[in-house]
Design a protein around this ligand. Structure first.
Ligand code: NCD
Length: 448
């Protein structure tokens, strides 16, 4: 069995870098099969010649990989891309899908606990993708199956986090990193601007960890009240020595370098009697500051006071002016949906990659499903992450202190006990489910 078979993917940390690279290699294969497609679930189209025949067989083989397997997509929050791309992926692999597309149509509406719902669905399906409004919900689901699986199920049912509140969205990060790698041939050393609501956007939290792990430089562009949460920054700094630079706008980002450019140009001018740096030079040099711009919408549904969301909406956006400032090879990404943070006119620009990024969701999730369901193996086992994930789940947390994040699953699931751990000697406690930190004394509020 591959190291990934039966594993939960709750956080991007549940996959090692080697495993992520392995997912990407398989994605390349599935993507080219899809592009040659359509990936028929019945007989391959008739083609002439031995190579064409082999390709046809490949397509047919991919279309049978998950025959007889069932994926449950359980979405307690709205979704277009994540749910439908998982479902398309499972269909493309020859598997079948059962779905809860709306919490109001499941027994959650009658007050059923999430862990009960998940335990039941695990006896109907071979893997579960869960999206939930509470941070830590996917971790709770995984934990309830870990306790149950040997006794009742006799098999492993992977839980895949399709987004838990403002916490993480690891499979979106796979799509994001894959797009970056395809466009730039690497991730290491790239300059990536994370732009928008960095406080609440779960895609940004998972992506920032992924970028740091692959050695990219992170620049954050956001209004001051929407900066990365403290726990994300701390993790980036402690585990990867990565301290993202923070800016309020694209012009701030260029400012110090503009001085440098002008200074360099001044020296050149004196030497060669040429005139000061031209707009074109300036654009080229600013362009080199940013290889990728990743934009997110204001996550209005996560604001305690919705009026505050209105106040920051539109405080940053990608428009013709930003296009003029960024480089010719900069990739513009967005997990989508966009509201008003990327001008529709930007879609015509070759640098706009967000629809392509969304399309990679199918082959990425095909690769992930084939691996988690044990239908494909990776050449190298990602031992570290497997051990780290297991370690995290059996860790000796334990305190009666409650997590102060009101939307943490521990404050929304009946009968659930809190689990907090000390963060080194900082005097802080971190919640094992939502990762948010608070003073050990309990005196101050949560970190939002
Ligand atoms: C994102 C999400 O749900 O977190 N969407 C997605 O999965 N592609 C981004 C968002 O809702 O803003």
């Amino acid at each position: 069995m591959s190291g990934l078979a039966g594993r939960h993917v709750i956080s991007i940390f549940d996959l090692s870098n080697d495993e992520i690279e392995g997912v990407f290699r398989l994605t390349d294969r599935f993507l080219s099969a899809l592009q040659r497609g359509p990936l028929s679930l019945v007989a391959p189209r008739r083609k002439r010649g031995a190579r064409a025949k082999a390709r046809g067989n490949d397509l047919a083989a991919i279309g049978r990989l998950c025959t007889g397997q069932v994926l449950a997509t359980v979405f307690f929050e709205p979704s277009t891309r994540t749910r439908l791309s998982f479902e398309a992926a499972m269909n493309r692999l020859g598997g079948r899908v059962i779905s809860v597309a709306d919490a109001r149509t499941s027994s959650a509406a009658k007050g059923e606990r999430l862990s009960d719902t998940v335990r039941v669905i695990a006896s109907y399906a071979d893997a579960i993708v869960l999206r939930h409004p509470n941070e830590g919900a996917a971790a709770l689901a995984a934990e309830s199956l870990d306790e149950q699986r040997l006794a009742e199920l006799g098999r492993r049912v992977p839980i895949i986090n399709g987004g838990d509140g403002a916490h993480e969205h690891p499979t979106q990060t796979l799509c994001d990193l894959y797009t970056i790698k395809r466009d730039h041939g690497k991730i290491e050393g790239l300059n990536v601007a994370l732009c928008g609501d960095l406080l609440h956007a779960r895609t940004v939290h998972s992506l920032s960890y992924g970028l740091a792990r692959f050695g990219a430089n992170i620049k954050c562009i956001s209004p001051p009240e929407l900066r990365l949460p403290r726990y994300v920054k701390r993790r980036l700094e402690i585990e990867f020595e990565c301290v993202p630079a923070e800016y309020e706008s694209f012009s701030d980002l260029a400012a110090p370098d503009r001085q440098h450019v002008i200074y360099a140009a001044e020296k050149r001018r004196r030497r060669a009697a040429k005139h000061l740096v031209s707009d074109e030079d300036l654009q080229e040099i600013i362009g080199r500051l940013l290889d990728v711009v990743y934009v997110t919408r204001v996550q209005a549904e996560r604001f305690a006071e919705p009026e505050r969301a209105e106040a920051v909406r539109g405080s940053y956006s990608i428009d013709a002016e930003v296009l003029r400032r960024i480089g010719r090879d900069t990739t513009i990404l967005h997990p989508l949906p966009r509201v008003n943070e990327v001008d529709y006119a930007v879609d015509q620009d070759a640098r706009a990659a967000y629809f392509r990024q969304a399309s990679y969701g199918v082959p990425i999730r095909m690769a992930l499903m084939a691996l988690l369901l044990g239908r494909k193996r990776l050449r190298r086992r990602g031992k570290e992450s497997e051990e780290a994930a297991a370690e995290k789940r059996v860790n000796h947390w334990g305190t009666t202190v409650r997590c102060q994040n009101p939307t943490c699953i521990t404050n929304n699931e009946r009968g659930m006990l809190p689990r907090m751990e000390a963060v080194g000697d900082t005097g802080l406690l971190r919640c094992a489910y939502c990762d948010q930190e608070q003073e050990a004394s309990g005196a101050s509020g949560g970190e939002k």
